[in-house]
Design a protein around this ligand. Structure first.
Ligand SMILES: [Zn+2]
Length: 127
């Protein structure tokens, strides 16, 4: 737990608090959002259509073709993925305090998905 300053009244409050106990100003809006968005691309249909996503070795959900998987993180962590028949190569490190967008590029040579951090992702990728 950390103490942060309320932007309204300047009092130190817990970063877990929803509102400042002094002035009632919402606290969560002042925090940088720590989250990860992973985009499922259309080529994922090639390999059974989904990737299992893991954060620090813990399963967080399936990434499906053409969809996105969004989840909050509490600290810096490492994201890995597995797909049915082929293991995905590569882990990717993400930092807390920001929104990280990731897409998995299908590598035709290795037959694996390689994660990369992107600013913008469209679900229509042309090769
Ligand atoms: Zn306040």
């Amino acid at each position: 737990m950390a103490l942060i300053k309320c932007l309204e009244c300047g009092k130190e409050v817990s970063d877990k608090a929803k509102n400042c106990p002094n002035c009632g100003c919402p606290i969560y809006e002042e925090k940088e959002e720590s989250k990860v968005i992973i985009f499922g691309l259309s080529q994922m249909g090639l390999l059974g259509g989904k990737l299992k996503i893991y954060v620090d070795g813990e399963y967080v959900g399936d990434l499906k073709k053409g969809q996105r998987l969004e989840f909050p993180i509490e600290k810096d962590c490492t994201i890995t993925a597995k797909c049915g028949i082929n293991p995905s190569k590569g882990a990717i490190d993400v930092k807390a305090g920001r929104t990280t967008k990731i897409k998995y590029e299908y590598n035709r040579i290795s037959g694996c998905f390689i994660p990369c951090i992107v600013d913008e992702v469209t679900n229509s990728v042309n090769y």
